[in-house]
Design a protein around this ligand. Sequence first.
Ligand code: HEC
Length: 379
Amino acid sequence: LLRTVPTAFPFGFAVFFTDSVDTAMTARGNRFLLRDLPLASRLVLAVFLTSTALGYSLALLQLHFRNAWPGNALPTTADVEATYFGQRVQAVSWVEKLLETPEGPLDGTGSMRPAFTTASDRWEALIRHKTPEQMAKLHAEREGERLALLSWVRSGAGKKAYDNDDYRLTDDLARHEITTEFLVRDGSNHEPTHPPRVRIRTLLNTRCATCHAEDGRHEQARHIPLDTHERLQPFCQVQATRKAHTLPQLAQTTHVHLLGFAALYGLVGLVFTFTSYSGWTRGILGPFPLALQVVNIACWWLARADPAFARLIVTTGVLTAVGLGGQIACTLFDLFGRAGKIVMLTLLLSSCIVAFFVNGSVVAPYLDRERLDALINNP
Ligand code: HEC
């Protein structure tokens, strides 16, 4: 079966028009090979396969722009999950991210945690004569400040609490140590209130606006003043999350892929089945991308119900690409005689070298820029 099916279809037509083929076929017991085609036809096939490979690479480019997170070359499993299942991970605001990132440079890409300790105003003078126990207490209090600020940001960075300079701590935070200077005190006995309430505006002005204000103590931070609620607000807002495909979108991409790619994989696969490789190789690798694409697309739909299928989307997608690439490479190699094979190998090798340099000089810097742009423009 494996031997007869491939010969049955469209290449039958080509066979009629090429007389050299007739004789070759009978000589090899009805098995027609690509190599029997006239040189012109084989050149057409070679260019067709090469342009398919190029087209497929461009499809990957499209995948990058549509689905990958800025700075990533291709969508990660998390991106795929976001596209097909929806956002599972809670998106965070920029301030939240900067207060949670444990370390990194003191800028928008790193961490603002040192603002509570080493980068806070007069820190050096403060710690000069402290015992280890006193240092531990100081760190605990500063950690309490950070958690209080985080809590306010997470609760929506309310304007009322900011204006009144009064933010009530939630139960678990109420027990945490915190610098008493930032606690709201009772009118009558001047003791901190129970449950504790934090002077959130004072906290922000002391820990952030000493740098982030027009006359701040840090030259770069002056350009990003954070000394009013209005100026703080955009940095405290949760970044827009990407929406999962809607059903109509999914239906559309499904039919485009099933029809368009099926025709393409079918044609490439069919050409591959006329190579001189063994029947098993042709029988398995030939329909491989075509069949896998169906599984791939089935996973798009299943991933709507269970994110585990998002991982399968990635696996089957990669396998489809590998299968198609394999078919194209093997067919190109099988089309020509010794001289042609050498030409093919040289072309393949030089395109690998070109790809390597393009990656280093164009793609990598581009991705870096994209990552930075996204950081600057997102909030
Ligand atoms: C020691 C000075 C200093 C302190 C204190 C400080 N920052 Fe910053 N912050 C910076 C610098 C420097 C940058 C980078 C500015 C730039 O990229 O031009 C920055 C950047 C930021 C950014 C990113 C803004 C952007 O557009 O790049 C945010 C948000 C931010 N800080 C929030 C805070 C918060 C909230 C606090 C208080 C907890 C704080 N910062 C305390 C120095 C400081």
